[in-house]
Design a protein around this ligand. Structure first.
Ligand code: IMP
Length: 422
């Protein structure tokens, strides 16, 4: 299996949860390195649907160790609720979960600020998940954040929280929002901290020791390449490095320990929130929503949908160094004929083979499509690549050709068994 970074090659929601679950079978340790509970990884196991927000999907398999790395931002109360929710349905959580003591905390004022900034009319709306992710990473970069290590020292934490809340309450008041009561928040957080205490560790040291012993690690990416704070459609991005490099900085594992990068691409394109999506097409969105697909796992919002964008995904392959490709949701295209793939953009009379850096220009790009015949039948029961309709085989091969990596997995439905290997 080797040490594997798994990344989303589009705007998130590529179906990473399902592919991570398949790859987890071969890993010893599964690690989250960035993002927070803005993520929603859906895994279907034994007929039951699980949505994981902060805990790596490996938790659903016995004997796997799950690590929440230093690059993740953690809402302690939400994490406790997630642990308790999983325990209620019989998932064992004990020595199989480690939480970095360096991970930054998402606190109630981060959520309130996220909401206020989205509400303010003079501020370009990003369409965030309102989980406080941006303000929490903002504090981290400004060096004023609180970390898990602080929460493990109640006296230190209470003092720091009090100062932070004073500052943030005055900002909230200035924005016309209600200030947050310190006492209740402090109590709730300290109680959550005690419940998390058994899991908190120096995860960098843990991972290095495990690697020395030959353990194999899967780095589970959250969100997708074009939501990356550096490489995405800025400012319509999340606040972390969702690209492969984030797996190193968010865990303390150096680049030379990484053996391969698996990129997940949905067979079409979706996006939640604002920002460029050149191949957006209400006709596909209508069909997918009617099929009950493409509603956000975290917020329930209907996702924007469009055709496969090979310009964006080729770029994602380059940035992440994607070696292997997993194509998901191929069955979502069962009813469509013809099926389009965007192979270049047209902008101001020029043909572009790579996306423009400026989000406003990207938004104005017109897709240039090639068309392929659809297969017009259900493929959800297909068990082998060889048994896919020829049109479906040609479609996925064309995607691999246009984007570059070696095609190794195709998903034709949400269950573990609905995965075809090449
Ligand atoms: P934030 O991460 O909540 O700040 O949201 C910033 C942008 O990233 C918004 O467009 C969100 O819809 C998007 N986003 C954040 N997390 C996810 C995810 O897990 N899947 C898809 N989009 C996401």
């Amino acid at each position: 299996m080797a040490n594997t970074i798994l990344v989303g090659a589009q705007w998130g929601d590529e179906g990473k949860g399902k592919i991570i679950d398949v790859l987890t079978g071969k890993a010893d340790i599964v690690v989250r390195s960035q993002g927070g509970n803005n993520a929603g990884h859906t895994v279907i196991q034994g007929g039951r649907k699980y949505i994981l927000h902060l805990i790596p999907s490996g938790i659903l398999r016995r004997g796997k160790i799950c690590v929440i790395g230093n690059g993740v931002v953690i809402d302690p109360v939400a994490l406790v609720a997630e642990i308790e929710g999983l325990r209620k349905v019989g998932i064992e959580i004990g020595k199989n979960l480690l939480i970095s003591d360096c991970a930054h905390l998402v606190l109630p004022y981060h959520r309130a600020l996220d909401e206020q900034r989205e509400l303010r009319k003079d501020h370009a709306k990003i369409g965030t998940t309102k989980r406080g992710i941006g303000p929490a990473y903002g504090d981290k970069a400004a060096r004023t954040g609180l970390r898990m290590a602080d929460l493990m020292q109640p006296d230190v934490f209470t003092k720091k929280l009090q100062a932070k809340m004073r500052e943030n309450n005055s900002i909230l008041k200035a924005l016309g929002a209600r200030p947050i009561s310190f006492t209740k928040v402090n109590e709730d957080l300290l109680a959550a901290g005690e419940k998390l205490r058994p899991f908190v560790a120096n995860t960098v040291v843990y991972l290095h020791r495990a690697l020395q012993k030959g353990k194999e690690v899967l780095f589970e990416g959250a969100q997708g390449t074009f939501l990356d704070i550096d490489h995405g459609t800025y400012p319509y991005v999340t606040s972390s490095n969702t690209t492969a490099g984030g797996a190193c900085t968010g865990t303390g594992v150096p680049p030379h320990r990484m053996d391969r990068v698996v990129g997940v691409m949905k067979a079409y394109t979706t996006r939640v929130g604002e920002g460029a999506l050149p191949t957006e097409d209400p006709a596909i969105a209508g069909m997918l929503h009617e099929m009950g697909r493409e509603f956000g796992a975290t917020t329930g919002r209907a996702r924007r949908c469009g055709w496969f964008d090979a310009v964006a995904t080729r770029y994602a392959t380059m940035i992440n160094g994607i070696d292997e490709l997993a194509i998901t949701n191929l069955d979502g295209l069962d009813r469509l004929d013809p099926i389009k793939i965007c192979v270049a953009y047209r902008l101001n009379g020029e043909i572009l083979e790579v996306p423009p850096s400026d989000a406003a220009q990207w938004k104005r790009c017109q897709p240039i499509y090639l068309e392929m015949p659809g297969w017009k039948r259900s493929i959800e029961k297909v068990k082998k690549f060889a048994n896919l309709p020829n049109e479906a085989k040609s479609y996925v091969r064309r995607i691999a050709e246009l984007t570059g990596p070696r095609l190794t997995m195709i998903s034709v439905g949400p269950a573990r068994g609905q995965t075809l290997f090449l």
